[in-house]
Write a protein that binds this ligand. Structure first.
Ligand code: E4P
Length: 221
């Protein structure tokens, strides 16, 4: 399972890449607006440079022509640029056109398994179901990941399931059990994943016991 960071913050991406944990990045207009940058173009170019894999960048047009035009500009930024297109009728039409042009698309704002099926049939390389936002309205977001997985297996669909709107480590665990292709998460969730209180407790005990043997903390080999 690939791990993507859901951020437009270059420092977070750099740190995640240094840890060797980040395979790609997803951004959206809300994440970009959090960065309060004057120069969007430089921000995106920096993100593409520091990320070792695919970077999803979202169009802000909502009509077919506008989406296709903006997608062309995004794709021209580099080999690892992926165009994020919203799940609408115009979006589906744009995805089909972009597929013909061999421009990779991540279809975003997916909240039902049939939306994912339609995006895949139109030629999306990734579908992004938003599990956290479904949980927020009292549904089980992860259940639609299971359903999408089954539907894609039924029809041998190669579109990748990119689990989005991840809020906690359990979303990541359940994605891995289901066999999702990618999870995209905020930096705060990424940092929590390698931690366990019993690991911290166990390490502290090992260090204390070692100091009983070598009070200065020496390692005499
Ligand atoms: C996906 O690519 C979106 O950027 C993102 O995961 C949305 O998450 P949110 O519901 O936390 O805003």
């Amino acid at each position: 399972m690939k791990i993507f960071l859901d951020t437009a913050n270059v420092d977070e991406i750099r740190q995640g890449v240094e840890w060797g944990l980040v395979d790609g990045v997803t951004t959206n207009p809300s994440l970009a607006s959090k960065e309060k940058i004057a120069d969007f173009s430089s921000l995106v170019r920096n993100i593409l440079k520091v990320t070792p894999g695919p970077v999803s960048i979202e169009v802000v047009a909502t009509d077919y022509n506008g989406m296709v035009q903006q997608a062309g500009k995004i794709a021209a930024l580099g080999e690892n640029a992926v165009v994020k297109i919203p799940m609408t009728l115009d979006g589906l039409k744009a995805i089909r056109t972009l597929k013909e042009k061999r421009i990779p698309v991540n279809c975003t704002l997916i909240f039902s398994p049939v939306q994912a099926l339609f995006a895949a049939k139109s030629g999306a390389e990734y579908v992004s179901p938003f599990v956290g936002r479904l949980d927020d309205i009292g549904e089980d977001g992860m259940f639609i990941i299971e359903q999408i997985k089954t539907i894609f297996a039924n029809y041998n669909i190669s579109t990748k399931i990119l689990v989005a709107s991840i809020r906690n480590p359990v979303h990541v665990l359940r994605s891995a059990i289901i066999g999702a292709d990618v999870v995209t998460m905020p930096f705060e969730v990424l940092k929590k994943l390698p931690s366990h209180p019993k690991t911290d407790e166990g390490l502290a005990r090992f260090m204390d016991d070692w100091k009983k043997l070598f009070p200065t903390g020496d390692f005499p080999l």
